[in-house]
Design a protein around this ligand. Structure first.
Ligand code: BGC
Length: 503
């Protein structure tokens, strides 16, 4: 049990890390596992012949007659749509989830997410026809929309300021664990005929049940309670999560933020005002950039990508498992360093590492992999190492920061609405990559690596000039301590108020 004092511009906040609060973090972060499982499972399922024969017989036939071109083997819009449709549903659901977070609270929204996951897992695992399969897929998407909206917000609101980064990154950690479990499940059931795909889809129900149970154990966040007028419960919740009785300073600050929030009748309208430009721009750009690192080309299609380089089926699946392990382990680097060295340094370091890996892989493939034939064994090994180094740097930077930054930079009045924009932007661009990557690979060939490298360069410049450091700043003091003192963003802030006086 540790005792620490969070910093506020004026008064310190006391907190202890109790066993109960750690349990709450872990239960809530479990929502990330559901998302990760969905990311990891669909690529493997769509590669299973039994699944294709049952639902997509035409695609199966086409696969048998597949073009021999290395880069175009798997280019098929329908196949990509199965993977990507979930993200369209999540995109739309995130706006409903934002409303649910505000009106019902963060905890019931997490519970709703778990219910969607359980029903979706049952439907898709047992699906007798395409209609129920797709309905299941859509419900998974709704669950992802609800979970991805409520869980990072929950984590950022219950974490003490000095550990907020680490606690929030538990969500990303569970995403990576979910992806890895899905990779392992795919690997294990690929040869279970004819129901391997049913096991893979249905197993998502187990973590769904766990999340549902967890949603009864965790408490509601103090901010959400106070925002909805339950001040006494808000104080109790704060005492419980901080592990100390004296929470007056922090409570005052949350109450002040919520009073300001009450003056705003329509959060989405408020998001369109000048002073919301800084957090909204950052929340949206961070999500677009996260997806344009190209990470999901690897997460969705790693086995396909490795087959493109000439690996046999098992070798390709195994390489996907290896990248999955690298993804999980590297996330710990972020957990221990984000509140010490800060968000900006991690993001900038990763841009350099990702750029080198992308250009390196691009050059090797451009020079050595033609439409027919395979890559030399040693070179293929080098590319796998580069892919692992790429995943590693993503895992301690753009992966976790994509969820952390948007959850901590909005004031209470626009927090859930602003975060909904972030989630839906993430889903939109995840959809685009899922839908377009295989076609892009077919048309751009090795050039696809240079395409992503150019994006990585752009995002590095964005971080350098436009992203302020938010490490250790209490979540309800961003306006005063971040936006009002930033050389570019302060121009968007109102002149009056505490913060304006500081600039
Ligand atoms: C991203 C996912 C990605 C995952 C990889 C998450 O932060 O939102 O799109 O697949 O990281 O670990």
């Amino acid at each position: 049990m540790t005792v620490a004092e969070g910093s506020s511009s004026s008064k310190p906040f006391k907190s202890k890390t109790t066993a109960y609060v750690v349990v709450c973090w872990i239960f809530a972060a479990w929502g990330g596992l559901m998302f990760g499982y969905d990311i990891g499972i669909s690529g493997g399922v769509t590669a299973m012949d039994d699944f294709l024969i049952k639902f997509f017989p035409l695609i199966y036939e086409r696969k048998l007659r597949a073009k021999e071109d290395n880069y175009c083997k798997y280019d098929d819009q329908m196949l990509q749509l199965f993977t990507s449709s979930l993200y369209l549903a999540a995109l739309i659901a995130s706006f409903g989830a934002s409303k649910a977070c505000t009106v019902l609270g963060r905890r019931p929204t997490i519970r709703l997410a778990s219910i969607f996951f359980i029903v979706a897992a049952l439907l898709s695992g047992l699906a007798p026809n395409k209609f129920l399969l797709i309905t299941g897929r859509i419900l998974f998407g709704v669950g992802v929309g609800f979970g991805n909206e409520s869980v990072p917000l929950f984590l950022s609101e219950v974490a003490p300021a000095h550990h907020r980064g680490a606690v929030n990154i538990l969500f990303q950690l569970f995403i990576t664990i979910g992806i890895l479990i899905a990779n392992l499940v795919n690997f294990s059931v690929a040869n279970v005929h004819p129901y391997g795909w049913r096991i893979a889809l249905g197993l998502a129900g187990i973590p769904g049940v766990f999340l549902f149970c967890g949603s009864w154990v965790i408490m509601e966040t103090p901010t959400s309670l106070i925002e909805r007028g339950h001040e006494t419960e808000g104080r109790q919740s704060l005492q419980k999560i901080r592990g100390v009785d004296d929470v007056e300073n922090e409570l005052e600050q949350i109450k002040h933020a919520c009073e300001q929030a009450k003056k705003v009748k329509d959060p989405f309208k408020k998001l369109m005002t000048r002073e919301s430009v800084p957090p909204l721009t950052i929340a949206v750009c961070v999500q677009v950039f996260q997806q344009f690192t190209g990470i999901n080309a690897i997460m969705f299609y790693a086995p396909v990508l490795f087959q493109t380089m000439g690996f046999k089926n098992d070798g390709a699946l195994l390489s996907a498992v290896i990248t999955g392990i690298v993804n999980v382990l590297s996330t710990f680097v972020s957990i221990v360093s984000v509140d010490k060295i800060g968000r900006r340094k991690l993001l900038l370091q990763a841009c350099v590492q990702m750029f080198i890996c992308l250009v390196g892989s691009g050059v090797i493939l451009q020079m050595n992999l033609k439409s027919v034939g395979t890559l030399d064994k040693n070179l293929a090994f080098v590319v796998v190492v580069l892919v692992c180094l790429f995943v590693m740097s993503f895992a301690w930077s753009w992966g976790p920061m994509g969820w952390l930054l948007p959850s901590e930079i909005f004031p209470v009045e626009t927090r859930t609405a602003g975060f909904a924009f972030a989630v839906s932007t993430n889903m939109l661009f995840t959809f685009i990559i899922a839908q377009a990557f295989l076609s892009m690979l077919c048309h751009m060939r090795a050039g696809i690596f240079f395409f992503f490298a150019a994006w990585v360069l752009t995002m590095g410049l964005f971080v350098l000039f436009l992203l302020p450091e938010t490490k250790g700043v209490p979540i309800d003091e961003m306006a005063d301590r971040v936006w009002n003192v930033h050389p570019v963003w302060k121009r968007f802030m109102p002149r009056s108020g505490k913060g304006a006086e500081m600039t």
